[in-house]
Ligand binder design. Sequence first.
Ligand SMILES: Nc1nc2c(ncn2[C@@H]2O[C@H](COP(=O)(O)OP(=O)(O)OP(=O)(O)O)[C@@H](O)[C@H]2O)c(=O)[nH]1
Ligand SMILES: [Mg+2]
Length: 428
Amino acid sequence: MQEETQKVKAIIVGINDTTDELFNYELQELVALCEACNIEVIDEFYQKLTSFNSATYLGKGKLQELKQLKDTYKIELIVFLDELTPVQLRNISDVLEVEIIDRTMLILEIFQKRAKTKEAILQVEIANLKYMLPRLVGSYTHLSRIGGGGGGSGGARRGSGETKLEEDRRHIERRINKLSDELEKIVVSRKNARKLRNQNEIKTVAFVGYTNAGKSSTINTLLQMFDKDLNKQVYVENMLFATLETSTRSIKLTTNEEFLITDTVGFVSNLPHHLIESFKSTLEEIKEASLIVHVVDASSPYANLQIDTTNKVLNELGVEEIPMVYLLNKIDLVKSPLFLPRVDQDNIKLSNVTKEGFTELLTYIKSHLFNNTICCKFLIPFTKGDLFNTLKTKAHIHQFSYENDGILVEATVSDYLYNLYQEYLVKS
Ligand SMILES: Nc1nc2c(ncn2[C@@H]2O[C@H](COP(=O)(O)OP(=O)(O)OP(=O)(O)O)[C@@H](O)[C@H]2O)c(=O)[nH]1
Ligand SMILES: [Mg+2]
């Protein structure tokens, strides 16, 4: 749950250099990002331009208009739709005399507020510092963020001189190196945990997709189907970036096949580059998946745009080789198949409300993960009772009988178990 603190009032500002429809979507998304950061959007302010003003983002006259609007509403914060250059940041601050942030800073702020595990905290802080580094010169810096403190301080640090600037820069660089070393240690232990899992032959299905598409909800529905323990549920909220950390749960089917499902952080268009870089270690989990489930909010008019954004990040991670299925989620909200997003690969229509599509999803997962299973017979000596127990938990036993020289078991097993128990196979 998000802490209930007083909301900060803000105006959002953008330049419309695209179609009105796309621009409105971008503004709406910025409002949702603000909400996720406890910022209340009072007004939207925009200018139609073919290119941004390199010095002041908006035209000079428009900037003055914005200043008046800010004074009228007594606004404490102005949020810009696009990433501002260090020069724009400084010039705009000079004119507006109010705290200003851009979309990138906003996303970094959300991640900073939500990060809970040591790994996520380190990742966000590194991304923050890397973003800040080129913007140190006379900007409204967020130096309070160093050391993981709360963000958003707006004190001007103008004119502190070259030496001070160099000092700050070196301090930040040292801190980035130190944090990166710490992060590396966590990454190594994560890798080792994954290696162990691989040795146990347990396959993973990674759920990826745009933020708020319903990844965590779908995982929870699956968990409920096979495990009544509600403590294993993952966090769900109607808010951008509800999930920030990767979490993995195991599912055991009634036929004893077992696999892992991994919930991942949601993507958003123009995700800050430093953030993707920093989160790559978390997203590494996707690389080792046997199947990627790409969850899409099929009810969003911008579903195709969101699919493209997600695919772009996936390409950056280099996971094109892993089989992927689109999950067209929230189908309960789609009025006509005509409105469904167009995808040219395998896809399953699904709803966490009506629960339709889950049987199909499970069949799909099973066929991809366990297609190399073998139906065979073993004769297990009575002295190897533990092997029989393993088969009972890891394989699908069709029948068994106690014979003179051991237990005769007919089962469907993975090729891994098949090879492991070669010596007990009964040749037919
Ligand atoms: N109507 C409808 N709403 C859904 C469905 N699935 C999820 N939702 C809602 O969509 C919102 C987002 O769901 P989450 O499961 O948190 O989405 P997510 O993809 O994990 O989001 P992030 O963690 O922010 O990336 C929640 O309010 C869910 O209740 C569905 O099938 N139908
Ligand atoms: Mg989630």
